[in-house]
Ligand binder design. Structure first.
Ligand code: ADP
Ligand code: MG
Length: 289
C-alpha cells in the first residue's frame, strides 16, 4: 500500500480529495507497469469477407486486469484466440515482451464451458497441461493440490466432474489454467452461464487468486458490472466489424470487496462504462442473431 492509501479519510471535501489521491496513486502504479504484450493494428478476416476484428491495438502491461467488453459478435473471442496463438492475424502483429511467450507455461486459458474430461478426476483434469508436457502425475501432485487449494477446492481432488456444481466445475477449469503459474491468463466469459450469486462469489475469489498469483488477466465479458468490479482497464468493443471503440480505466485500489460493489464510486464507473457500451452498440447495426 502507498502512503496515499494510508491517509485516513475525513468528511466532505477532504474525503473527495482523499479519493482523488487514491485514484491518482492507482493510475500512477498502473502506468508504471512493465509491458507484457503489444497488439499492433491486428485484423482478422475469416473466409473472404467476415472481418471479425479490425485494427486492434492494445498494450498489455504486467499486472493489468483488462476486460474486453462488448456485444456478441464484436470479436472478443477472436482477440483471445489471436493472443493465445490458436489463430493468426490476417494483418498486424502480436508481440510478447519481457521474455514471456505463448508457450512455456506463460499462458493459461479459461473458456466459458469448463471443458473438463468427465472420465478423469478433478486432480487429473488439473494435471492436463503438465501431462501434455510429459510430466507424471506424481511429480505434479504438489502443484495440482496447491492450484486446487487456491481456487477453494482442497478436498475435492478425487471427485469426478459430474459430482460438482457449475461453479465448482469452473473453479477446476481455473485451477487447470493457473497450475503452471502462467504470467497471463485469458478468460472467455467464464462466469456467463452461472447464477448471479455464484458469479459474484467467483468474481471476489478471482481477484484474491490474482493477487496471490500476481499475474495478468484479460477477461472477456458482456457484463458492465462484472467488468467494473474486476478490472482496472476496460476495452469497449463494437461489432460489424469487430473493433475497439474506447478504453476506460477503473483506478480503484485492490483488494476490491463487497464494500466496493455497493459504493458510489462503483456505481459511477458502471454508469460511465454503460454509456460507452451504448455508444458502441449504437454505432453498429442491431444484432439479428
Ligand atoms: P464475440 O466473442 O465478441 O461474440 P467472435 O470473436 O466470436 O465474437 O466473432 C466475431 C465475428 O467473427 C462474428 O461475426 C463471428 O460470426 C465471426 N467469426 C468468428 N469465428 C469465425 C470463424 N471461425 N469463421 C467465420 N466467422 C467467424
Ligand atoms: Mg465470444
Amino acid at each position: 500500500m502507498t502512503a496515499a492509501e494510508d491517509l485516513p479519510a475525513a468528511g466532505g471535501a477532504t474525503s473527495a480529495a482523499h479519493a482523488e489521491r487514491i485514484a491518482g496513486a492507482a493510475a500512477a502504479r498502473r502506468r508504471a507497469r512493465p509491458p507484457l504484450l503489444a497488439i499492433r493494428d491486428v485484423t482478422k478476416v475469416f473466409g473472404r469477407d467476415v472481418v471479425a476484428l479490425r485494427g486492434m491495438t492494445l498494450d498489455v502491461r504486467q499486472g493489468d486486469f483488462i476486460s474486453l467488453l462488448g456485444p456478441s459478435g464484436c470479436g472478443k473471442s477472436t482477440a483471445l484466440k489471436l493472443i493465445s496463438g490458436l489463430i493468426h492475424p490476417t494483418a498486424g502483429r502480436i508481440e510478447w515482451l519481457g521474455g514471456a511467450s505463448a508457450q512455456d507455461g506463460d499462458l493459461g486459458v479459461v473458456f466459458q464451458e469448463p471443458t473438463l474430461m468427465p472420465w478423469a478426476t478433478v486432480a487429473q483434469n488439473v494435471w492436463l497441461p503438465m501431462r501434455l508436457k510429459g510430466r507424471s502425475f506424481a511429480a505434479c501432485r504438489a502443484e495440482i493440490d496447491e492450484a486446487l487449494a487456491t481456487v477453494g477446492l482442497a478436498g475435492f481432488e478425487a471427485a469426478y466432474p459430474r459430482e460438482l456444481s457449475g461453479g465448482m466445475k469452473m473453479r477446476v477449469s481455473i485451477a487447470r489454467a493457473l497450475v503452471t503459474r502462467p504470467r497471463l491468463i485469458l478468460m472467455d466469459e467464464p462466469f456467463a452461464a452461472l447464477d448471479e450469486i455464484t458469479r459474484f462469489k467467483l468474481n471476489n475469489d478471482l481477484l484474491e487468486m490474482r493477487a496471490k498469483l500476481d499475474c495478468t488477466v484479460i477477461f472477456v465479458t458482456h457484463s458492465v458490472f462484472e467488468s467494473v468490479f474486476l478490472s482496472d482497464r476496460i476495452v469497449v468493443m463494437a461489432a460489424r466489424p469487430g473493433r475497439v471503440i474506447r478504453e476506460l480505466t477503473v483506478d480503484e485500489p485492490y483488494p476490491r470487496t463487497e464494500d466496493f460493489r455497493t459504493s458510489a464510486d462503483y456505481a459511477a464507473h458502471c454508469r460511465e462504462t454503460s454509456a460507452a457500451l451504448h455508444e458502441a452498440m449504437g454505432d453498429a447495426p442491431h444484432d439479428d442473431h
